[in-house]
Ligand binder design. Structure first.
Ligand SMILES: NC(=O)c1ccc[n+]([C@@H]2O[C@H](COP(=O)([O-])OP(=O)(O)OC[C@H]3O[C@@H](n4cnc5c(N)ncnc54)[C@H](O)[C@@H]3O)[C@@H](O)[C@H]2O)c1
Length: 252
């Protein structure tokens, strides 16, 4: 039977985990689901400012910590409906300074932690949970940065960041396939650069914008419709996909 849009986009009392809830995008996603009356658990190493989410301090790279948190949420609510693997780290200095420690930190945060969250949740998830998993990758998991727009001191993303994000897209496909019969959808969103006036110089923003068909950096709100779609019953038949939201950057 055809349902109303509002029925399919109903997040009331959905139990959601958002990792990296204290960061730029994590705060937007937390607010979005709070406004839609969800039960929002935010996991991060640092506490978010002025947030009404249920914050749990957690280093997601630590297996035992993450497992304990997920167990706690299951025992309280008997369900988890949405997981957003959003936390990530990156390095910005020239590759000649990169070392094994940097590689390990990037891979463990950007790849191993999302993998573990998928592992723990899929082990507990029941078909009725209709679990939706959204991995936040990056446009630099799809294409390389255009190095010509960077000047000395600008933050251009490292090779290992891009590699970790490309691997996250692949893991999305793998688990999209493997977990489909458990009524779990696993999808990915690859954002283009997000405007952050605290971190980006005006000169850099100008050059970045010139490189984008939509002529601007992203706002955190640019991803909400895709997150809502992939979290909702609208996407019950969508799995293993990567939605690129980059203002057309990757088309050039
Ligand atoms: N900002 C951008 O331009 C951009 C572009 C493309 C993709 N992304 C992706 O979007 C996501 C969010 O980015 P953002 O800009 O909001 O990042 P951010 O740096 O503002 O926030 C990341 C959060 O993750 C947390 N975190 C890191 N390691 C952790 C760990 N081990 N345990 C728990 N928490 C941990 C940090 O404390 C931080 O609060 C990331 O996956 C990022 O790669 C961002």
């Amino acid at each position: 039977m055809t349902k109303k849009i509002s029925e399919l986009f109903n997040f009331k009392n959905k139990v959601i985990i958002i990792t990296g809830c204290s960061g730029q995008l994590g705060r937007e996603l937390s607010d979005f689901f709070l406004k839609n009356n969800s039960i929002v658990y935010g996991l991060d190493k640092i506490k978010p400012r002025n947030s009404k989410i249920k914050f749990i301090k957690c280093d997601i790279v630590e297996d035992k910590e993450l497992k304990k948190v997920i167990k706690k949420i299951y025992s309280k609510h008997k369900t988890i409906n949405i997981l957003i693997n959003n936390a990530a780290v990156s390095f910005f200095q020239n590759f000649k300074y990169r070392n094994l420690k940097n590689f390990k930190e990037t891979i463990s945060t950007n790849l191993y932690a999302p993998f573990n969250a998928i592992k723990f949740l899929s082990a507990n998830s029941k078909k009725r949970d209709n679990l939706k998993i959204i991995n936040i990758s990056s446009i630099y998991g799809v294409v390389t940065p255009n190095f010509s727009i960077y000047s000395k001191g600008d933050r251009f993303n490292s090779e290992i960041y891009g590699a970790s994000k490309a691997a996250l897209i692949q893991i999305t496909k793998y688990f999209g396939n493997l977990l489909a019969n458990k009524n779990i959808c696993v999808n990915c969103i690859s954002p283009g650069g997000i405007e952050n006036l605290n971190l980006q110089k005006k000169k850099f923003i100008k050059k970045y914008n010139k490189n984008v068909p939509k002529n601007r950096l992203a706002k955190t709100t640019d991803f909400l419709a895709a997150v809502a779609f992939l979290s909702s019953d609208f996407s019950n038949y969508t799995t293993g996909q990567n939605i690129v939201i980059d203002g057309g950057l990757s088309l050039k």
